[in-house]
Ligand binder design. Structure first.
Ligand SMILES: [Zn+2]
Length: 185
């Protein structure tokens, strides 16, 4: 896919795996999102960054090495600094910008579902203006434009992002909107 041109780079500062107590919750939400066919990429805030699912992991059967800690991102070099063993989710720039902008947000759940895309207008959900390639700052800025004043956004022709002060809020919001979209079919 052509989007790879501007995709971020990764530098591993250590191979320490995340070990926060919230990881159990993250794994449960991942498996719930997976059961609903949402292709999840989920994160929660930690003191010096955030813990996020690695790219292309099997969401139903996560272990600690399916997760990484993002401890910094250099916007100018487009480099993520990572603790862990795998590449972070391709949606990591989106997560990074939201945590940097919304102080009260501690969980970001990112999913994908055709029925949410199809019914976004009927459900009066905010939708990003322009389509942008996955994994780019351009896409992350489109998403952030909406999430400055909203806790949910549909990424045009792609997926959605759901925010919460904790994982339960972010997860419940995503599932609630999925159920509404499924009723409309
Ligand atoms: Zn995506």
């Amino acid at each position: 896919m052509e989007e790879l041109a501007k995709k971020f780079k990764t530098e591993f500062v250590s191979d320490d795996l995340p070990d926060e107590k919230e990881i159990k919750d993250l794994m449960q939400w991942c498996s719930q999102f997976h059961k609903n066919n949402l292709r999840p990429s989920l994160s929660f805030r930690i003191e010096d960054g955030f813990v996020i699912t690695a790219n292309n992991v099997e969401p139903n059967n996560l272990s600690n090495d399916s997760l990484v800690s993002v401890i910094n991102y250099d916007v100018y070099k487009n480099v993520f600094y990572i603790e862990g063993k795998k590449e972070p989710s391709i949606e990591s720039i989106i997560h990074y910008l939201i945590y940097n902008t919304r102080d009260e947000i501690n969980a970001i759940f990112n999913g994908h579902h055709d029925l949410i895309l199809k019914n976004a207008e009927k459900l009066k959900l905010p939708i990003t203006k322009n389509e942008q390639p996955e994994g780019t700052m351009e896409l992350a800025n489109e998403v952030l434009d909406i999430l400055r004043d909203n806790d949910f956004v549909v990424i045009r022709n792609h997926g959605f992002v759901s925010l919460g002060r904790n994982m339960k809020e972010a997860g419940d919001l995503g599932i609630k909107i999925l159920k509404k979209a499924q009723v409309l079919k």
